[in-house]
Structure formats: structure tokens, C-alpha cells
Design a protein around this ligand. Structure first.
Ligand code: MG
Length: 396
């Protein structure tokens, strides 16, 4: 292979992060994992031909669950005890492909950009690696005995360096083999390996946004940056229709209304409450009214539909949801809904245990067209809104 490969180093245990959520590269950041975010810009970069992730031997399942398939993505390889060994394992695995250049990136940096990758890649030459760095802005002190300052260190020409770090593939493979053979095991980045092997390494412009996630506050700040701490507001919709047949009343939104015909079907055939029940189940992805209350089960024949709505409300609350709004639209030629609207709102609010101000009941005719227009049936559409904490906290 000519071209460019990328190694994403994801074999660490992330012990500094603490908590019970597992290694940091598999924690959620918005809707995907830290690892998936870190490798995506490489997979999507037009100059990169193959991406290889080095994982902890015990993380195979986590990896499969965390990373979407992509043709550029090679099978992951197992890392070693220390970062240096993990990178060497990745390089050895890539030697079968023999790329011209390689970029080595830490999975804990999920905000790497296309531009940063291009900048590093453009500076790589035979015998010369390239690393992104930003000038150190803080004043630096060296600590002496008893927490006293021993000296102020000049920050002149000091840079904080990041990944990805880029090299000619054969250069860095030989450098890693060389330091490993000499038993050197304390090098914290690949530039240090290259330096030990006598290579030149050029610093290119780093990106202040290319943060590394090491601690829990780092993860929190990464999440706020993504808006992952936004409230987890979910909207569900529901639809129902029942046939009109002989009778003297209809049940709509929990209210019995005298009418020339009745609705037939499941339970008391209250299309309004059925649509609302489905809308609520929609916020938690928990099936529909038919899966909770099968129409074939005789115990629901003629049953009052408030039970279904109350059950769906309980399920949403059990899942951690707060029901904030219920909205239903009835579609019928008759009866007229206007005179019953307030009673319906009040009944729905009572069943759902929410304020009446959070319930809307609307109605329209179907302009005498279609099955509703021909008075063959009554339909209802419903929308429910529930809030489930915040998107970020929900996932751990
Ligand atoms: Mg129904």
C-alpha cells in the first residue's frame, strides 16, 4: 500500500477518570462514544486510506458496540501493557500494508479536526516527523521541598503537544522497534520515540480545541461543548381510528357523549385516549397499545380506556420521564367536540396526573370526504412530550 494509514490508540484503562462507567474511550459523548468521535475524522479524511484501532484485549465487545463499520476500518489489534507497546503492535499490524505515512492519535482526543490532520500530514517528510503543538500560556513553576516553589521555568519556546503525530511509516516503525529493543519504556508520545532514534520532529500549529479527556471534569466539559448536557426531551406520536356502528354514544377522550352511532373495536374504542397512549409509549420506544393490551384478550373487551393511558403514563415515569405535554386532535364529522373540550382536557389531565394547562384537545371535520367524511369512523392524532434528565447523564 502507498498512501496514509492512521492508528488510534485506545488500549488504556483510563484509571484517572474514576467512576464505574468503564474506560474513558468507551464513555458516551453525545450520541456516540469518545472513541467513535476520535476516529471518525480519520475515516472521513480523503487522504487517509486505512484506520486501525489498538484496543485493550478485554475490550473487544466494547469496541464492536462502540464503533460503526466502515470499509477503511481494519480489524482492531490488541495493545500491550504500556502505550509504547500498544503503538508498536499497531505499527507491526500495519506493516503488512506498508503505508507510506502513518498518523498516530490518542482515542482520548475526540475533537481532532480535518484541518489539523491535513496540517500534520503535510509536514511529514522522510526522516522528519510532524506533531501539533500550542505554545504554553501558563507560567510554569518547578516545585521544591514542602510545596515551595523552587524556580520559575521559562516558557520561552515551550509547547504543549497533541496528537495526531505523523511520520513516514518505515521511519517510526524502525524507531519503535529500536527503543523497544533497548528496553526504553517510559516515552509518553511517539515524537519522543522518534527523537530517541535520532529523527527530526517538526512542530506544526496545534488546535486549542483538540482537548484530551483524562479526568471526569474533562469529560463533563467535552459534553457541555457538544450540548450533551441539554435536557433529553422526547416527543412521541400516536394515531388511532375506530369504525362507527349502531349505538347511542361515543367515548372520546374519556368523556361519554350521546350520539347517533357508537364506535366499535378494542375496549370502549376511545380513539383519543388510544392515540395518546401510543404517543406516550413512543417516548420510551416501548411498543404500542396493542402489545400492552392485546385486542384479542377478552379482558379488555369494553374496558374503560383510562386504564391504558394511566398504564402508559406509569411506564414513562418508571423510565425516568416527566410528562410535560399531551396534545390530541380528533377528526370527525359528529359529534361536535367544542362543547366537550374542557371536560376532555380535564379528564385527560386527571388520568395522566398533570396540570390541565399541559393538555390540549383539538378537533376538525374531514370536510365530508374520505371515511371520516362519510361518517364511517372517527380518527385521532396525538403527540406527547416527556423530559428524561439530560442526554449525557442518561447514558451511564
Ligand atoms: Mg384503538
Amino acid at each position: 500500500m502507498t498512501g496514509v494509514a492512521a492508528i488510534i490508540v485506545a488500549a488504556g484503562r483510563g484509571e484517572r477518570l474514576g467512576g464505574s462507567g468503564g474506560p474513558k474511550q468507551y464513555r458516551m459523548l453525545g450520541a456516540s462514544t469518545v472513541l467513535a468521535r476520535s476516529l471518525c475524522p480519520f475515516v472521513e479524511h480523503e487522504s487517509i486510506d486505512a484506520v486501525l484501532v489498538v484496543i485493550h484485549p478485554q475490550d473487544r465487545e466494547r469496541y464492536e458496540a462502540a464503533v460503526p463499520r466502515h470499509p477503511k476500518l481494519l480489524a482492531p489489534v490488541a495493545g500491550g501493557q504500556i502505550r509504547q507497546q500498544s503503538v508498536l503492535n499497531g505499527l507491526e499490524a500495519l506493516s503488512a500494508f506498508n503505508p507510506e505515512k502513518v498518523l498516530i492519535h490518542d482515542a482520548a482526543r475526540p475533537f481532532v479536526t480535518h484541518g489539523l490532520i491535513s496540517g500534520v500530514l503535510a509536514a511529514v517528510r522522510p526522516g522528519t516527523g510532524a506533531i501539533p503543538g500550542t505554545p504554553v500560556a501558563d507560567t510554569l513553576k518547578r516545585r521544591g521541598p514542602e510545596d515551595n516553589v523552587a524556580e520559575t521555568v521559562s516558557r520561552d519556546r515551550l509547547f504543549a503537544v497533541q496528537t495526531p503525530q505523523g511520520f513516514v511509516f518505515s521511519d517510526i516503525l524502525l524507531a519503535h522497534r529500536d527503543v523497544a529493543m533497548r528496553g526504553i519504556a517510559d516515552l509518553t508520545d511517539d515524537s519522543a520515540v522518534a527523537e530517541r532514534a535520532g529523527m527530526q520532529v517538526k512542530i506544526v500549529a496545534g488546535d486549542g480545541g483538540n482537548m484530551k479527556i483524562t479526568t471526569t471534569p474533562d469529560l463533563e466539559s467535552a459534553r457541555s461543548r457538544l450540548g450533551a448536557n441539554l435536557p433529553d426531551v422526547r416527543t412521541g406520536n400516536g394515531y388511532d381510528v375506530h369504525r362507527l356502528t349502531g349505538g347511542d354514544h361515543v367515548m372520546l377522550c374519556g368523556i361519554r357523549i350521546p350520539a347517533e352511532r357508537s364506535l366499535e373495536g378494542h375496549s370502549d374504542a376511545d380513539v383519543g385516549l388510544h392515540a395518546l397512549t401510543d404517543a406516550l409509549l413512543g417516548t420510551i420506544g416501548d411498543g404500542d397499545i396493542g402489545s400492552h393490551f392485546p385486542p384479542t384478550d377478552p379482558q379488555w373487551r369494553g374496558a374503560s380506556s383510562d386504564r391504558f393511558l394511566a398504564h402508559a403514563c406509569n411506564l414513562v415515569r418508571r423510565a425516568g420521564g416527566t410528562i410535560t405535554h399531551l396534545d390530541v386532535t380528533l377528526v370527525c364529522e359528529a359529534p361536535r367536540i367544542g362543547p366537550h373540550r374542557e371536560a376532555m382536557r380535564s379528564r385527560i389531565a386527571q388520568i395522566a396526573g398533570i396540570d390541565e394547562g399541559r393538555v390540549a384537545v383539538k378537533a376538525t371535520t374531514n370536510e365530508t370526504i374520505g371515511f371520516v367524511g362519510r361518517r364511517e369512523g372517527i380518527a385521532a392524532f396525538a403527540t406527547s412530550t416527556a423530559v428524561f434528565g439530560s442526554i449525557g447523564e442518561k447514558r451511564e
